[in-house]
Design a protein around this ligand. Structure first.
Ligand code: NAP
Length: 351
C-alpha cells in the first residue's frame, strides 16, 4: 500500500457533491492500481461551516450518509473560516486541498489566497475554479514547484475533457501552435435558441435552466468566461504568460437577432470562438463572434463544447464534449488526483 491522500474539500456545492460518490465508486481501481484508499479529512463551505476530522473519514463510510457534511458537523472539529479550516486540516495530516468554491472572475479571490495558503502549508492542490488559475496560475505553479508540490486544474476548462493533462502526458513535444474552440456553452445555447426563434431573454433562461450559465450570464455572453479559459489554455498549452485582460474580447451582446438568424439560414451560424495562436513566437489571443463555415472543424460542435488544437507533429486534433456537467467536472478532479498520486508513488519508489 502507498500512503493514501488525505483530502480537504473546500466548497461543498454541485461538483464536490458529485465527487464524493465518484471517488467511492472508483475505490477498488484506486486501491488496485495505485495502492491507495483516500480519506476525507474535512469539508468546508461558506454557509454550512468548516469541519475537520482528525482521523479522516473513509469514502465508503461517507457513501452511506445521506448528508456527508452532517457526519463532519456532528463529529468533527469546527473552524471559524476557510483559512482556519486549512490550518486545522493540515494539522490533522491532510495533504491535498480540493478547491471547489465559487468563481470570482475579477481577481480569483478568495480562492486564490486559499490555494496559496495550502501550497505554503505543504499541501498539493486541485481546483476546478478558473479565477485563481487565469489570474495567477504561473505564480501558483512556481510556488508549488518550489515546495515540491503539485497544482492541477484540469476541470477549470471544459470540465473533465482532457486538455491540460492530454498535452502534458499524451502529447509531449508535439509542438502546440494554437487552438480554436467553443469554450462557453452558455453562448452556444443562447445563439442556437435565438436562431430557432427564441428571444434573448428566453434563450438566457434556457441556459440557466440547463445549469450551465454563470451566476451573471453576461459574464458568458460578454466573453469574460471564455477570456479566462483562453488565458488558462494559452498559458498551459502554449507556454504563454497571458492575463485575461490581454485577450482581445468582443462578446455577443451587440449582435442583432436578425443578424444571428440570417447567418444560420445561410448555413454559417455565429458562435463565440476562443482562439490563441503562436506566429513566429508572438501570441495573439481573442474571443469573438464568428460565422462558422461548414468546412470549419468547429462547425460540427456548434451546439456542443469543442476545441481544435493545432500541432506541428500531429496536425489538427479536435475534441468534442458531448456531455457537460458536474459529473464530467468531478471526473476531471479525479483525473488530477490520479496524476498527483502517480507522481507521489513514483517518487516513493525511487527513494
Ligand atoms: N458545475 C460545473 O459543472 C463546473 C464546471 C467547471 C468548473 N466549475 C467550477 O467548479 C467550482 C465549483 O462549482 P460548483 O458548480 O460546485 O459551484 P456551487 O454549486 O455554486 O458550489 C460552490 C461552493 O463553494 C462555496 N463557497 C463559495 N465561496 C466560498 C468561500 N469564500 N469560502 C468557502 N466556501 C465558499 C459555496 O458555499 P455556500 O453555498 O455556502 O455559499 C458552495 O458550497 C466553481 O469554481 C466552478 O466555476 C464547475
Amino acid at each position: 500500500m502507498h500512503s493514501s491522500p488525505r483530502l480537504l474539500l473546500l466548497g461543498y456545492g454541485n461538483v464536490a457533491k458529485a465527487l464524493l460518490p465518484l471517488l467511492d465508486s472508483r475505490g477498488s481501481w484506486l486501491e488496485q492500481e495505485l495502492g491507495i484508499r483516500p480519506l476525507i479529512s474535512g469539508i468546508g463551505s461558506r454557509r454550512t461551516g468548516f469541519f475537520t476530522h482528525s482521523a479522516g473519514v473513509a469514502l465508503s463510510e461517507l457513501a452511506k450518509e445521506v448528508n456527508p457534511l452532517q457526519l463532519f458537523s456532528a463529529s468533527g472539529h469546527a473552524s471559524e473560516d476557510a483559512a482556519a479550516f486549512i490550518r486545522a486540516g493540515r494539522a490533522t495530516g491532510a495533504n491535498a486541498l480540493i478547491e471547489l468554491t465559487t468563481m470570482n472572475p475579477d481577481n480569483g479571490e478568495p480562492a486564490l489566497g486559499h490555494i496559496r495558503q495550502a501550497l505554503e502549508a505543504g499541501m498539493d492542490v486541485i481546483t476546478a475554479n478558473k479565477g485563481p488559475i487565469a489570474h495567477a496560475g504561473e505564480a501558483l505553479q512556481t510556488l508549488a514547484r518550489q515546495r515540491g508540490l503539485s497544482l492541477r486544474y484540469e476541470s477549470a476548462v471544459m470540465d473533465g475533457l482532457p486538455l491540460v493533462n492530454l498535452a502534458e502526458f499524451t502529447l509531449p513535444a508535439v509542438g502546440m501552435r494554437g487552438f480554436r474552440g467553443l469554450l462557453n456553452c452558455t453562448s452556444s445555447i443562447v445563439l442556437s435558441q435565438v436562431e430557432q426563434g427564441s428571444s434573448l431573454e428566453e434563450a438566457i433562461r434556457s441556459a440557466q435552466e440547463a445549469g450551465v450559465a454563470e451566476a451573471d450570464p453576461w459574464h458568458d455572453l460578454d466573453g469574460w468566461d471564455a477570456a479566462l479559459k483562453t488565458t488558462i489554455l494559452a498559458n498551459a498549452l502554449l507556454n504563454a504568460r497571458l492575463t485575461p485582460r490581454q485577450v482581445q474580447r468582443s462578446g455577443i451582446r451587440d449582435l442583432s437577432r436578425t443578424e444571428v438568424v440570417a447567418a444560420a439560414r445561410k448555413g454559417t451560424p455565429i458562435r463565440q470562438v476562443s482562439s490563441a495562436q503562436l506566429v513566429d513566437g508572438v501570441l495573439s489571443a481573442s474571443v469573438s463572434p464568428q460565422r462558422l463555415q461548414p468546412d470549419d472543424p468547429l462547425f460540427a460542435g456548434r451546439d456542443l463544447g469543442m476545441i481544435s488544437l493545432e500541432t506541428e507533429a500531429m496536425g489538427t486534433i479536435t475534441l468534442t464534449e458531448h456531455s457537460t456537467g458536474v459529473l464530467q467536472t468531478a471526473y476531471g478532479v479525479l483525473s488530477d488526483l490520479i496524476a498527483i498520486q502517480r507522481a507521489r508513488n513514483a517518487s516513493q519508489e525511487t527513494h
